[in-house]
Ligand binder design. Structure first.
Ligand code: FRU
Length: 491
């Protein structure tokens, strides 16, 4: 079904309770609803927003179009948690409601100030000719959880030299000042990021474009920028659109990644850094956002989905979920991403095994499951390739393996169940030179997140297998390997 503009931009006031109930019923009949990931009750979820630790709880919002699996009038939906694992649906966070966000409360960030949580976000508007006019807006949450929007935007104009693709403010504090990075498109249609400064989060001064080493042309738009400092280094994370696939890189429609180097030079607005790294080497990952919590941990959550791609759940009136939260650290000039420790709270019944595998695939007895965490450690390998087959059924399997000849980790979803997005390929790979390989995998009803070698690389992908495709196998081809595997049910 094609959605008209009118259908995409209806406000919730124009929608009857029966319509919402009808949609909720359709969603609940979907065989691929997730069990331990954040997902919307109806409609489409995209970017994580306003991720913060405030008043003893984690607050995490997401971009939400409630009325169907398409991009339309975006709201902020509010969830919160004490442990980053069990999330409570709080309700609507920010609703588009006035002339400054009439066509969507777009992405933005949260920061604590004066005992309140401030959200800076992009108000998306369109005029009669459907031209975009973005505003950067502010909303304030008090300790009782109520959120009030400020009447006027805090940045009402796009700085000169940039197009109306100007959005997604991410705020941080340095000394007496707040800073915001905002994704911007130059008039020559190349991507960039600009910097603003403020003392009070209300009055913002345009500082200029941030100089990076990425050159004048690195995609046509940078969405969802984020800057943070970790272990004495500066990290600039963003989602560039328009990079061409090269080798195993940039295979998805859009990318998300980072550069890391010295701390940002705020006076000269300059970042000195190394190469751009993709954050996730799988299929479904975009627009991540980080926060720092009360323990000083830097935590990242991404959107487990991509724009402009159809998913099988669309038929049931919903699309996408968020990734599990990952803790970031630095090793040898690269970010390491580990599932936050609290995810161990989900570990239920455990089974384990050790196997020597030689030119065979061994189906692990007692290991089957639809939803679980699995840790598989391979050692003493003398083989061309080895790995795991998950969600195995009669004609289905999802393969995660190490190609020891090419020295690549491979995620193959070509037989994972109902196919989708095949125009972007069904296999993802990345180079990893290591003697020992471990895969820590979180499998939900319709997703797989693989943390390779304690978070050196991560592969995330949605899969849509049949309910009975529950087998788990280990295999080796062209030699032998030893594997130690532990599986936990999710409780
Ligand atoms: C990224 C993005 C952001 C924008 C939001 C709208 O996925 O396009 O740039 O603020 O989604 O939902």
């Amino acid at each position: 079904m094609e959605w008209t503009k009118e259908q995409r931009y209806r406000t919730l006031n124009d929608v009857s309770e029966e319509e919402i109930q009808g949609l909720a019923k359709l969603v609940s009949q979907c065989p691929w609803r997730q069990s331990f990931h954040i997902q919307a009750e109806t409609g489409l979820l995209n970017d994580p927003n306003g991720f913060s630790y405030f008043n003893g709880e984690y607050h995490l919002f997401y971009q939400w179009f409630p009325l169907g699996p398409v991009h339309g009038l975006k709201h902020w939906y509010h969830t919160k948690s004490k442990d980053l694992v069990h999330w409570e649906n709080v309700g609507m966070g920010i609703k588009p409601s006035n002339e400054f966000d009439s066509h969507g409360a777009y992405s933005g960030s949260g920061i604590e100030h004066d005992g309140k949580l401030y959200f800076m976000y992009t108000g998306n508007t369109r005029d009669e000719d459907w031209n975009r006019h973005p505003y950067q807006c502010l909303a304030v949450m008090t300790r009782d959880g109520s959120i009030v929007k400020m009447d006027a935007p805090v940045i009402g104009e796009v700085p000169s030299g940039y197009t109306d693709h100007f959005r997604d403010p991410k705020v941080w504090k340095n000394g007496d000042f707040f800073y915001a990075v905002i994704g911007a498109q130059r008039e020559n249609e190349t991507g960039s990021v600009v910097l603003y400064q403020s003392r009070d989060l209300k009055d913002w001064k345009f500082m200029g474009e941030v100089k990076t080493g990425l050159g004048e042309e690195f995609g046509y738009m940078w969405e969802c920028p984020d800057y943070f400092e970790i272990e004495g280094q500066g990290v600039f994370l963003f989602s560039p659109q328009g990079l061409k696939a090269v080798g195993d890189s940039y295979q998805n429609i859009y990318q998300s990644g980072y550069v890391i180097g010295s701390l940002i030079d705020l006076e000269n607005m300059e970042l000195k850094h190394g190469a751009f790294h993709e954050l996730d080497r799988g299929f479904d990952f975009y627009a991540p956002q980080t926060t720092v919590d009360h323990q000083g941990r830097r935590i990242l959550v991404g959107w487990m989905g991509l724009p402009e791609v159809d998913y099988p759940t669309d038929r049931n009136g919903w699309a996408h979920c968020l990734t599990l939260p990952r803790e970031l650290t630095v090793k040898e000039g690269k970010l390491i991403q580990q599932p936050v420790d609290e995810l161990k709270l989900l570990r239920g019944k455990k089974v384990e095994t050790s196997q020597r595998v030689e030119n065979e695939a061994i189906c692990l007895d007692n290991f089957e499951g639809e939803v679980y965490e699995l840790l598989a450690e391979f050692s003493d390998s003398n083989t061309e390739e080895f790995g795991l087959e998950l969600r195995v059924g009669e004609n289905e399997k999802t393969v995660i393996k190490y190609d020891a000849v090419a020295k690549k980790v491979v995620f193959d979803r070509s037989r994972s169940g109902e196919s989708f997005a095949e125009e972007f390929g069904t296999v993802r790979k990345c180079t990893l030179d290591a003697d020992k390989i471990s895969f820590r995998v979180f499998v939900d009803v319709s997703s797989v997140e693989v943390f390779v070698n304690d978070g050196e690389e991560v592969f995330t992908g949605r899969i849509f297998p049949g309910k009975n495709s529950n087998g788990i196998s280990v295999f080796a081809r062209g030699g032998h390997t030893n594997v130690k595997a532990v599986k936990w049910e999710i409780k």
